[in-house]
Ligand binder design. Structure first.
Ligand code: HEM
Length: 487
């Protein structure tokens, strides 16, 4: 990247807005904020709602026609296949994104795995690893299909190469499956439970497993149980139908007739059905799957340390910034508030923002505390997890004019009389000497055009980034704007 810079001085007119008037999470926490947003809003930093792809347990829509299974089923299978490289003996492998380098192995065959890697490959960032997204994918998927909220922790590190082999295949015998799960860190009883929890979703595709499902057409699938799609697919029917012998699970009653592939039958019956009988209720299935799927996504290399479980922040600040818009210095921030679904937040809530000056005679709220009401209301995206918790999110967007001579040191909120002040300290503005001014920046029009000299590549992207530099106290109330051209 080459960077050239040019400078000019831009005088922003003075304009003053004067309004008179808890070992917990503390804002800002860049990684926690990004992961919490991804988990509950479903969105990548670019605003792409990745989680929405799995919503309602729907099939994947493709130009050539819908694929036979649900996106959610594909995401759960991929998470297991990624985790299956764990070796509990030496603490290597686990849910580490190594699956991105392992798709050409026979043990990972399947359109679903290829689709899932496509869903997740462009959404990692310096704060959110691919492996954290794969783990979140399993959480979103289970919630999207009516299953329980699986606790999510972050901090997985991405492998840079393939891990060991070790994903069990249906033609292998029971002893080999018990050994595979032992190496992954699961007992025989846990193996039975985890397979049942996974195989409540989706099924076996003819196109990938003709030895099991002989019809090779693209739409051919034999599902593990008879609830799929919108009908709360994550349920214990997989267990009930197995125990009452009505099951059509293709890894029990193999459509091709070749019982070598009846791996679910061998696994489920391996303890004389004791575990399956214990799973045959909504409550026990849901509780066991919560524990086992959480253990599955938390199976990581021993040198990786995961965060505490990420809970939804009922009140969350984001995008707080001092910037310039239309030659005016402004302070902007978003406040996201969680409400139970079904109530009208506009009717229910009075939301105000307060802030202190960082300079001048009113510094640190000396005699004057600024206040703003009437924020702009918006609706952030939600993820299947948020939907399943019956929560709606509302964004209150504040934008107030400020002056450089007073600026902002910290801010806080009052919602229906309750103060939200970041555990007592207020939300801090770290510095205001250098500000980013996206409203004056641009991406040049050649953005995303193919390079005529090399059509498989795009033309270089040119960004004009604009920053403001405060020259106070030399000349109060003025900012110099610096334009940086990045190529
Ligand atoms: C011995 C162990 C296992 C064997 C032999 C096995 C085998 C298979 C096979 C052959 C398929 C069909 C894949 C396709 O057609 O795309 C499948 C699908 C699936 N498996 Fe497993 N599996 C095992 C364990 C697990 C576990 C532990 C989980 C997760 C907890 C899991 C989750 C899934 C899911 C969700 C699907 C459906 C995928 C879709 O419909 O796209 N499996 N499994």
């Amino acid at each position: 990247m080459s960077i050239t810079a040019s400078f000019w001085i831009f005088f922003i007119p003075l304009s003053i807005v004067i309004s008179f008037v808890s070992a917990e999470y503390t804002w800002p926490s860049a990684q926690h904020d990004a992961l919490e947003q991804f988990l509950y809003e479903g969105t990548h930093v670019t605003g792409d709602n990745v989680a929405g792809l799995a919503r309602f347990c729907l099939p994947r829509f493709l130009p050539g026609g819908d694929q036979p299974s649900s996106v959610a089923a594909e995401w759960v299978r991929l998470a297991y296949h990624d985790m299956a490289t764990h070796n509990a003996t030496d603490g290597t492998g686990g849910l580490d994104g190594s699956i991105f380098y392992e798709l050409d192995r026979p043990e990972n065959v399947g359109a679903g795995n290829v689709n899932t890697v496509g869903d997740f490959k462009d959404h990692s960032s310096k704060l959110v690893s691919r492996s954290d997204i794969i783990a979140m994918g399993a959480v979103w998927a289970v919630a999207a299909c009516g299953g329980p909220p699986i606790p999510f922790r972050y901090g997985r590190k991405d492998a840079l190469k393939a891990g060991r082999s070790g994903v069990p295949e249906p033609q292998q015998n029971l002893a080999s499956h018990i050994e595979s799960f032992r190496l992954q860190g699961f007992t025989q009883k846990e193996m039975i439970g985890l397979v049942a929890c996974g195989h409540t979703l989706g099924g076996v595709r003819g196109v990938d497993f003709q030895d099991i499902v002989p019809d090779p057409s693209i739409s051919s699938i034999a599902t593990f149980d008879t609830t799929s799609g919108l009908d709360s697919a994550f349920d214990h029917l997989i267990v009930t139908q197995y125990l009452n012998s009505s099951t059509q699970n293709p890894l029990i009653r193999v459509p091709s007739g070749n019982s070598t592939f009846a791996s679910d039958l061998r696994i489920f019956s391996s303890d004389q059905n004791a575990t399956m009988k214990g799973l045959n209720s909504e409550t026990s299935f849901s509780q066991t799957c919560t524990t086992l799927l959480a253990k599955m996504i938390d199976t990581v290399p021993s040198n990786v340390h995961l965060s505490d479980v990420v809970t939804l922040l009922p009140v969350k600040v984001s995008n707080a910034q001092i910037t310039a818009i239309d030659s005016q210095l402004v302070f902007m921030t978003d406040l996201r508030v969680a409400f139970p679904a079904g109530i009208s937040p506009t009717a229910a809530s009075k939301v105000q923002m307060f802030w202190c000056d960082s300079r001048g005679v009113f510094k640190n709220c000396n005699r004057v505390t600024n206040v703003a009401s009437l924020p702009f209301l918006d609706e952030p995206s939600t993820s299947p997890l948020t939907d399943s918790l019956n929560i709606q999110l509302v964004l209150y967007r504040f934008k107030v004019q400020i002056s450089a001579s007073r600026s902002v040191s910290k801010f806080w909120f009052e919602i229906d009389g309750a103060i939200h002040n970041n555990g007592g300290n207020g939300y801090p503005i770290g510095q205001d000497e250098i500000i980013f001014v996206p409203s004056l920046g641009s991406v040049d029009p050649k953005f995303l055009q193919p390079d005529p000299a090399n059509p498989s590549e795009f033309l270089p992207r040119n960004y004009n980034l604009v920053f403001g530099v405060s020259v106070t106290p030399l000349i109060t109330n003025e900012f110099i704007l610096i334009v940086i051209y990045c190529r």
